[in-house]
Ligand binder design. Structure first.
Ligand code: ZN
Length: 196
């Protein structure tokens, strides 16, 4: 940042007294401007037809990653809960009505100052359509997922974890787990090794 959002005076980067890292500090009103990670929240909208699991993905109509596929997700707003954010983003991007379930994945993307959260969700109907930020919205079975055309590593990781849990559930009858993962190469998207 260049200017103080309180008084419009230029800011300087310095370590405030009692702190241990540089902050933007206003030289006039002395406001310290803290920059902290943002939450990106989304859902895994599932359509289960007698055990044939399909997941709803959106093709992005906006940068970054225009034309690539993503789970419905976006920046959390003030005055909403994480679950409300997931429902809102799913409605906005996919025109889909979901019943929100348990939190499924938490992914740290420390290098870009973000934390991504994805909730399990059940589609209430097949009535969905691309919102203004999407070019297309479609259901995909695991073998139909456009793995090489996914928008972000957090989407790929969450889908891998989701379908791995589906296999476990079929084999052992266990439920979905909660998964945490750190993305260490946020810009490496296509040709990502399956386990990174
Ligand atoms: Zn100021």
């Amino acid at each position: 940042m260049k200017f103080c959002s309180e008084c419009a005076y230029p800011v300087v980067l310095q370590i405030p007294e009692g702190d241990n890292r540089p902050r933007y500090v206003c030289a006039q009103c002395e406001t310290i401007h803290y920059h902290n990670p943002k939450l990106v929240v989304g859902s895994i909208p599932v359509w289960d037809e007698d055990g044939r699991i399909r997941v709803l993905l959106c093709k992005r109509a906006i940068e970054p990653r225009h034309g690539f596929w993503t789970l419905p997700a976006g920046f959390m707003e003030n005055n909403e809960t994480t679950a409300e954010a997931a429902v809102r983003e799913t409605e906005e991007e996919a025109g889909a009505d979901i019943e929100i379930g348990e939190l499924f994945s938490l992914l740290n993307v420390a290098q870009v100052h973000q934390v991504h959260l994805f909730y399990l969700a059940r589609l209430r109907s097949l009535d969905f359509k691309a919102g203004i930020e999407s070019l297309d919205v479609q259901l995909f079975a695991e073998h139909e997922i456009p793995w090489e055309d996914l928008a972000f590593p957090t989407i790929r990781k969450t889908l891998e974890l989701f379908f791995a849990d589906c296999v476990q559930i079929k084999e052992s009858g266990a439920g979905f787990g909660f998964h945490t993962h750190d993305i260490t190469h946020p810009m490496r998207i296509a040709s990502l090794p399956k386990d990174s």
